[in-house]
Design a protein around this ligand. Structure first.
Ligand SMILES: Cc1cc2nc3c(=O)[nH]c(=O)nc-3n(C[C@H](O)[C@H](O)[C@H](O)COP(=O)(O)OP(=O)(O)OC[C@H]3O[C@@H](n4cnc5c(N)ncnc54)[C@H](O)[C@@H]3O)c2cc1C
Length: 321
C-alpha cells in the first residue's frame, strides 16, 4: 500500500511530529509492499531531509501562497497528491493544522478516519490501529473497513529512528482556489519546545501561591531542558500565559516525563496529562488526588523540595558531563 504523509512545515523546516509520521508511514509501506511518499507545501529549505526517516519521494510545491496555512488549499493539494500517487493511506500529524484538515481529506477521499493513533499498527493487513480513550484510562482498537484510509498520529507516540539517506524530490504545482481567509499577523512562542511535542514537562499549579514564585519552576525546567506548563486557574489568573495551560480545556500532552508541582490533580487536569509515560507529583497534601495517577510522589512543601531537586540535578549533571 502506498502511504502519503502530510509534511507540515515550520520555519522552512519540518516539525518533530512530521518525522514520527514519516517513520510510521515507512513501517506501513514496508509491511504492505508500497512506497512512502510525503507532500510538502510552501517554503522549505531541504525537503529531501525527510528521507532520513523513511520517505522515498517528496512531492514539493514551494509556492509562497502555501506559507500562510489555509485548510482548503492544503486539503485540495493533499487529496490531489493522494489520488495522483495511488496512496490508500494518508497520515497526518495531530497538530492544530493537521486536525483542521484531517476530516476534510477523509471526506474527499471517501476514507475511514481514525484520529490520535498512539502506536504502530496492531496489524497491517487488515490495517488495525489503536488510540487511548476516556482520558487515557482505556485503549480502543480500530480496523479500517474502507479502501482509502486517513489517520492522525498523536504527538510523542512513537520513537522515529533516523537513517543516513535522502529522499528524491519531485517539484509540483498544485492548482488550488484562493485562500478563504487571510492571516493578518501571527505570534509564535519562541525558545521552548512546544508543549504537544515536549518530551519533558515541568508543570505547576495554585500551590505556587503567586507568579512571583515561578523562578524555582523555571530553574528546574531549565536544568532538565524541559518545557513549562501550568494548571488552568494559574493561566486564568494571568500568573502564566494561556498557551501553558494543560488539561481538558487546554493542551493535551504525552511527554516521557511530567512533573506536577502544587497541582491537586482534578479530573479536568488529568484529562490532558494522563498519557504522560512517567508522572512525578510533588504536593504537601498526602490525600491530593494526583498521587493516584503518579508513578513517583513526594509529599512535602514544594518551596523546599523543588530547589533541592534542582540542586541535586545540577550536581548530577556537572559530575556526569
Ligand atoms: C469545565 C471545566 C474544565 C476545566 N479544565 C481544566 C483544565 O483544562 N486544566 C486544569 O488544570 N484545570 C481545569 N479545570 C479546573 C479543575 O477542576 C481544577 O480546579 C484545577 O485543575 C485546580 O488547579 P490546581 O491544582 O492548580 O489548584 P488547587 O486545586 O487549588 O490545588 C493546589 C494544590 O497545591 C497543593 N499545595 C499548596 N501549597 C503547597 C506547597 N507549599 N507545597 C506543595 N503543594 C502545595 C495543594 O495541596 C493542592 O493540592 C476545569 C474545570 C472545569 C469545571
Amino acid at each position: 500500500m502506498n502511504v502519503l504523509i502530510y509534511a507540515e512545515s515550520k520555519d522552512r523546516g519540518f516539525k518533530k511530529a512530521i518525522n514520527d509520521a514519516v517513520y510510521y508511514g515507512k513501517q506501513v509501506a514496508n509491511n504492505t509492499g508500497g512506497k512512502c511518499i510525503a507532500m510538502a507545501l510552501g517554503s522549505v529549505d531541504n525537503p529531501s531531509e525527510l528521507g532520513q526517516y523513511g520517505v522515498d519521494l517528496v512531492i514539493h510545491d514551494g509556492a509562497e501562497k502555501f506559507d500562510a496555512f489555509d485548510s482548503v488549499q492544503h486539503t485540495k493539494a493533499l487529496v490531489q497528491a493522494a489520488k495522483d500517487h495511488h496512496c490508500n493511506l494518508v497520515i497526518i500529524a495531530d497538530t492544530a493544522n493537521g486536525k483542521s484538515i484531517a476530516g476534510r481529506v477523509a471526506i474527499n477521499l471517501e476514507a475511514g478516519l481514525v484520529s490520535m493513533v498512539n502506536a504502530l499498527p496492531l496489524s497491517y493487513d487488515p490495517l488495525m490501529v489503536s488510540r487511548t480513550v476516556f482520558s487515557g484510562k482505556a485503549i480502543a482498537k480500530y480496523q479500517f473497513q474502507t479502501e482509502n484510509k486517513v489517520m492522525t498520529l498523536a504527538g510523542n507516540s512513537i520513537k522515529a529512528e533516523k537513517q543516513d539517506r535522502v529522499a528524491e524530490v519531485q517539484k509540483m504545482s498544485f492548482n488550488v482556489p484562493d485562500a478563504m481567509v487571510k492571516v493578518l499577523a501571527q505570534e509564535t512562542v519562541k525558545g521552548e519546545v512546544p508543549l504537544p511535542e515536549a518530551e519533558l514537562v515541568v508543570s505547576a499549579g495554585r500551590g505556587m501561591k503567586g507568579p512571583e514564585n515561578w523562578g524555582i519552576i523555571e530553574d528546574l525546567a531549565h536544568t532538565l531542558g524541559a518545557t513549562t506548563a501550568c494548571s488552568r486557574p494559574v493561566a486564568d489568573s494571568d500568573w502564566r500565559p494561556h498557551h501553558e495551560h494543560v488539561g481538558q480545556t487546554g493542551v493535551a500532552i504525552r511527554p516521557n516525563l511530567y512533573i506536577a508541582i502544587g497541582i491537586s490533580g482534578a479530573i479536568q487536569h488529568l484529562a490532558g496529562v494522563n498519557n504522560s509515560k512517567t508522572i512525578v507529583v510533588i504536593n504537601k497534601d498526602p490525600e491530593a488526588p494526583f498521587f493516584k495517577a503518579a508513578d513517583y510522589g513526594v509529599v512535602g512543601d514544594l518551596f523546599e523540595v523543588v530547589p533541592r531537586l534542582t540542586e541535586a540535578l545540577k550536581k548530577y549533571k556537572s559530575q556526569n558531563s
